[in-house]
Design a protein around this ligand. Structure first.
Ligand code: PRX
Length: 663
């Protein structure tokens, strides 16, 4: 298997796989004509289209009268005079429409234990949680950090914040104390909700201890409460007056909690993500527009039906876990799996075993997971999907990174038995929900292509001057019109929002995704060709090269560092760091020892996901005469390829030889 697509080899992938007729017949959006009709409606009456959908799919306490306000573009406002509550839309409305006793969450614990929670029970849990937060003085507009592992309580924590109008910011449980501290400070959070420990792959890993470390780093005086969910029960430190067990906070609370009715533009959450420069950006999402898209894409992209069992394998620490675990599935009254574990524990057939166990019908995962499970099942047929009864599946999804056609075909054949459409969903933290994706009852699929934009999403490919490029020619992916679930601003940094996403080069009008793309000559299908900035995508996780470089140079031994991405068969990309030490360049075992030390250092500074896979030491880095590091050369060196580019502007060409190989 190779991660290089046929596209990259010069052969545009053009195989087409039609969705089965039986699927098309029963789909929410059925057939290309239906799709074209929705697109035409959006073209002809943009605001009318979105207003209709927002009225049909969201319950409003106060109906909106104004659909889109562009007065202060790119700070767009959607449905601004409407009022609603997300938790009401996800919970209460399910009690009203006959779903009270339906299972909302099937919690599959790391060790295989199963807990089921109905909508009525989830509603009660969230109301008690919300009342508990209120009892600590947490209120509308306050920011609350959620640093938890996958759990019913994690989802309930998000919903409880939404219920009282507090803005949550979930920090992935794999981030370090320092990353957590930075986010707490930037968000100005008043509370942290965490767990005692998390359980993953049979191991107990700390959560509360990391929160303690983060707060001890200083600058977090805004935090008044640390609320701790007891997961493993192992001893943890407790600070009197600040720390409280979740059960002590909520058990005695009332099971009724009137939702806080908030304006449509009220920030539902902030989620930090990496950019090409500086510290992570707090992507701010709205209430009304975000909910609309979470709800609607469940219906359009996932064709969700009352009888489905939906499973998105993402973590609530990422946007996928926000939209397609915490909010999307609940807002449509679906039954979903919340999975605590990892795909390879206790064996690499865990995904397929869990699908069989719970009769999962819609499965949504990342290409990295698929690629690693291909490898595992090649090595051991016992963990191959064919060794499990996965016949309950009717739809598959992919998210987070490009899926190479080989992995797509394997997924299609071995997991989907050639009867399940695959929705290759392209989107981002900033877009709130799907942007470009096949619709399972509409779009003939091409492996590796996310195909066509959703109705109302005006994506295009332009050149550096902002002009449309013809199909077949690569360029920069932009969105020409706003959409309801788009990022509203970067928390604390509106200027960075403008310059990052609505650059002047494009008249400040186009949303710049940060990805390159190409449209197929015949089908006009989009294929994402990868980031065009200094953002890496490792196992579907976004990371800024600058963040990793900053972490490296924070080490007292390091003088200079440059980080680039290197194609990786399993993780899509891997991190390769070129490092200059303050001391002489190490070689042999010394180099190995120091590389290990620095990798662990980065894990401690940012989190294990940011660990460079490879570290190469040099006496210097390749630089232009003006001192600029020539990263494009480093990318070539990382790949192990020969340098064919012009190196005449390079001040120190001899350094290339030294950096050719891993130390
Ligand atoms: O480069 C694109 C890639 O992931 C980036 C967004 O990362 P993040 O904000 O962490 O959100 C991931 C989950 C939505 C994009 O800029 N990406 C995401 N989905 C795809 C993709 N690349 C190719 N195909 C996809 N389906």
């Amino acid at each position: 298997m190779t991660s290089q697509t046929t596209e990259q080899q010069g052969q545009p992938e053009s195989r087409l796989f039609n969705p089965p007729a039986s699927f098309v017949a029963n789909a929410t959006v059925s057939g290309m004509e239906a799709y074209n009709k929705l697109c035409a409606e959006a073209e002809q009456d943009f605001e009318g289209f979105w207003a209709r959908l927002a009225r049909e799919n969201v319950d409003w306490k106060v109906p909106f009268t104004k659909t889109l306000n562009e007065d202060n573009a790119p700070f767009y406002k959607w449905f601004e005079d409407g009022k609603l509550n997300v938790s009401y839309n996800c919970l209460d409305r399910n009690l009203a429409n006959g779903n009270a006793d339906k299972t909302a969450i099937i919690f599959e614990a790391d060790d295989g234990a199963v807990t089921k929670v109905t909508y009525k029970e989830l509603h009660e849990k969230v109301c008690k949680f919300a009342n508990g937060l209120k009892s600590r003085g947490i209120k509308k507009g306050d920011r609350v950090i959620i640093y938890m592992s996958m759990s019913v309580e994690g989802v309930a924590a998000m919903q409880a914040c939404a219920r009282i109008g507090a803005t949550h910011s979930v920090v992935f449980g794999g981030f370090s104390a320092k990353s957590l501290q930075e986010r707490i400070i930037d968000a100005g959070a008043v509370a942290v909700i965490t767990g005692d420990e998390q359980q993953r792959g049979g191991k107990f890993l700390p959560l509360k201890a990391i929160v303690d470390d983060a707060l001890a780093l200083g600058g977090c005086d805004s935090i008044k409460d640390v609320i701790v969910y007891k997961r493993t029960g192992n001893p943890i430190a407790f600070k009197e007056g600040r720390d409280i067990w979740l059960h002590d906070l909520v058990d005695h609370q009332s099971a009724e909690c009137e939702p806080e009715w908030v304006e449509a533009e009220h920030p539902l959450f902030i989620l930090y993500t990496s950019g090409s420069t500086g510290t992570p950006k707090g992507v701010q999402h709205s209430t009304g527009g975000y909910l609309l898209w979470a709800n609607l894409t469940m219906k359009w992209t996932f064709d969700i039906k009352p009888s489905d069992v939906f499973w998105c394998t993402a973590d609530i620490g990422w946007v996928t876990g926000h939209t397609y675990i915490a909010y999307g599935p609940t807002s449509v009254g679906a039954t979903q799996i919340v999975f605590e574990g990892i795909p390879t524990f206790p064996h690499a057939g865990r995904f397929w075993e869990t699908i069989a166990k719970h009769k999962v019908s819609i499965f949504y995962t990342a290409p990295t997971a698929i690629r690693s499970l291909i490898k595992a099942s090649d090595a051991d047929p016992k963990v191959h999907p064919k060794s499990f009864d996965v016949s309950s599946l009717r739809l598959l999804g992919s998210v987070g990174e490009p899926i190479n056609p080989e992995a797509w075909m394997w997924y299609y054949k071995n997991v989907g038995a050639e009867k399940c459409p695959i929705v290759d969903t392209f989107w981002q933290t900033e877009t709130g929900g799907h942007m470009i994706t096949p619709l399972p009852g509409v779009t003939p699929m091409t492996p590796g292509s996310c195909t066509l934009p959703l109705p109302g999403i005006m994506t295009a490919i332009v050149d550096e001057a902002g002009h449309d490029v013809p199909n077949g020619q690569g360029g920069i992916l932009v969105v020409k019109r706003p959409w309801p679930s788009m990022i509203r601003t970067i928390w604390n940094n509106p200027d960075r929002f403008k310059t990052s996403y609505f650059p002047e080069e494009f008249g400040g009008k186009y949303y710049l995704a940060g990805d390159g793309a190409i449209r197929h000559k015949d089908t006009a299908y989009f294929t994402i060709t990868g980031r065009i900035d200094d953002v890496l995508n490792v196992s579907g996780h976004r990371m800024g090269t600058m963040e990793i470089e900053s972490a490296l140079v924070a080490n007292p031994l390091v003088a200079e560092a440059a980080v680039v991405g290197k194609p990786d068969e399993t993780t899509g990309e891997s991190i390769c760091a070129f490092v200059v030490l303050k001391q002489a360049r190490p070689t042999g075992d010394d180099a190995k020892k120091l590389a290990l030390e620095l990798r662990n250092w980065v894990a401690k500074e940012i989190g294990p996901i940011a660990k460079p896979k490879e570290i190469r030491f040099g006496d210097n880095l390749p630089k232009t005469r003006s001192g600029k590091i020539m990263r494009r050369l480093l990318r070539v060196l990382a790949k192990g390829e020969a340098i064919t580019q012009d190196v005449s502007t390079l001040e120190n060409p001899a350094i290339l030889e030294q950096l050719k190989e891993a130390s």
